[in-house]
Ligand binder design. Structure first.
Ligand SMILES: [Zn+2]
Length: 187
């Protein structure tokens, strides 16, 4: 096991050695990785989870990608009864984020560009759905949320969203667009 600070802390996704990509990547042992379409894959048991027999594999697969990406911050930041959670965007990530947050007992609001997906929000047990295209939304919901889960990969006016948080509230961005000021020189 890697002994870097992040790996020892159980945060292997931040390993200082960088990620080993699933497809044609190079493992730390120098072997090529052969991808998730293989019939069999050898991984450390620390990265393997048992899929219950009653769960079909095609249904389980999204829970390991969009699912864990949204479940983790909801658990980490205490989404549950008595908390108000906003989920920004209702795509693949957002849809699971809304379902998880509601199942955890939080009061969930979806912040979407328009009201076109409002019926979906309600179906996933959100209590509210607001259009972010409408600037009044940001005034009406000011100081409302304990947690904002941003699942949108486009640049957003973060200041507007931060204004929707209660004092000491948290906003988690799952896919920030960070452009380095200057790329590192090649070795
Ligand atoms: Zn490491």
């Amino acid at each position: 096991m890697c002994q870097c600070e992040h790996c020892k802390d159980g945060q292997e996704q931040f390993c200082v050695k960088g990620a080993v990509m699933t497809y044609n990547g190079e493992g730390y042992d120098g072997e090529r990785t052969m991808g998730g379409y293989s019939q069999q894959v050898v991984v450390s048991e620390r990265f393997a989870v048992r899929i219950p027999d009653e769960l079909e594999l095609d249904v389980a697969a999204p829970l390991l990608c969009a699912g864990i990406t949204t479940y983790n911050p909801l658990k980490r930041w205490g989404a549950g009864p008595g908390t108000k959670v906003a989920v920004v965007g209702l795509g693949g990530l957002g849809h699971l984020g809304v379902k998880f947050a509601a199942a955890l007992g939080a009061e969930v609001t979806v912040l979407s560009q328009s009201t076109a997906k409002e019926a979906d929000s309600r179906r996933f047990d959100a209590v509210d759905h607001r259009a972010t295209r409408d600037q009044e939304t940001f005034g009406e919901l000011q100081g409302r949320f304990d947690l904002i889960l941003n699942t949108v990969s486009a640049n957003l006016p973060f200041d507007d969203y931060l204004g929707l948080l209660k004092p000491n509230g948290v906003m988690v961005t799952s896919a920030p667009r960070v452009t380095p000021a200057r790329s590192a020189p090649s070795p």
